[in-house]
Ligand binder design. Structure first.
Ligand SMILES: Nc1nc2c(ncn2[C@@H]2O[C@H](COP(=O)(O)OP(=O)(O)OP(=O)(O)O)[C@@H](O)[C@H]2O)c(=O)[nH]1
Ligand SMILES: [Mg+2]
Length: 225
């Protein structure tokens, strides 16, 4: 699934958040190296990985921060999710406490994170259906209410692992295009206003301007009509 197609390369910072043992490192290991280990060591601080993915006609280079779920590392998290294009909040479908913890992460992201960060919720260990304690419907409803992208995954069997990264890549491509479209619109509005300003009659010689003209705020809805 690694990229070798696509002309443009776009970097996308991605962070994984979630409870201890939810499977964050295992998901990254599966996505980046195609491997799974039964006894994955608990992450200390955070670990960095990168992986590229061909998404439509571009190559997305994910810069992945795999954070530690242990509470003592919580204060480091903003460093990793700030400015991230996407966050995957991971819980373990066999562990309701990890789902509660995931909701706390979502709240924190909504309160502190970038408005443009794509947030995905991953119900991991989907291979352990007999031990399931978090119904998929409950997580799906929660995700819908909170505008999150939701998938159940298994780092062990690889179910939906590439898919969740691919979906994020695709969403970030669309979001990126929208941001550029809005940016382009702003530039063309500003240019138009500047041109209009140049065409306006200049003040007569000796005329005193008592007031500074109001600062113009460019808004896509108010200009260019
Ligand atoms: N059956 C099953 N086990 C998994 C899966 N993903 C992870 N595990 C196991 O769960 C344990 C914890 O996985 P990690 O990937 O270390 O979890 P983590 O979220 O990175 O944990 P911290 O680094 O402590 O925050 C390991 O023993 C993994 O082998 C999965 O999809 N299915
Ligand atoms: Mg880990």
């Amino acid at each position: 699934m690694a990229a070798n197609a696509g002309n443009k390369i776009r970097n996308a910072k991605l962070v994984l958040l979630g409870d201890v043992g939810a499977g964050k490192s295992s998901l990254v290991l599966r996505f980046v190296k195609g491997q799974f280990v039964e006894f994955q060591e608990s992450t200390i601080g955070a670990a960095f990985f990168s992986q590229t993915l061909a998404v439509n006609d571009e190559t997305v280079k994910f810069e992945i921060w795999d954070t530690a779920g242990q509470e003592r590392y919580h204060s480091l998290a903003p460093m990793y999710y700030r400015g991230a294009a996407a966050a995957i909040v991971v819980y373990d479908i066999t562990n309701p406490a990890s789902f509660t913890r995931a909701k706390k992460w979502v709240q924190e992201l909504q309160a502190q994170g970038n408005q443009n960060t794509i947030v995905a919720l991953a119900g991991n260990k989907a291979d352990m259906l007999d031990a399931r304690q978090v119904p998929a419907e409950e997580a799906k409803a929660y995700a819908q209410e909170n505008g999150l992208f939701f998938m159940e995954t298994s780092a062990k069997t690889a179910i939906n692992v590439n898919d969740i990264f691919y979906e994020i890549g695709e969403m970030s491509t669309i979001l990126n295009l929208l941001v550029w479209a809005v940016h382009g619109l702003r530039i063309s509005c500003t240019a138009k206003k500047l041109l209009q300003g140049q065409q306006a009659p200049s003040p007569q010689a000796g005329m005193v301007l008592n007031q500074r003209p109001n600062e113009r705020t460019v808004s896509s809805s108010s200009c260019c009509s």
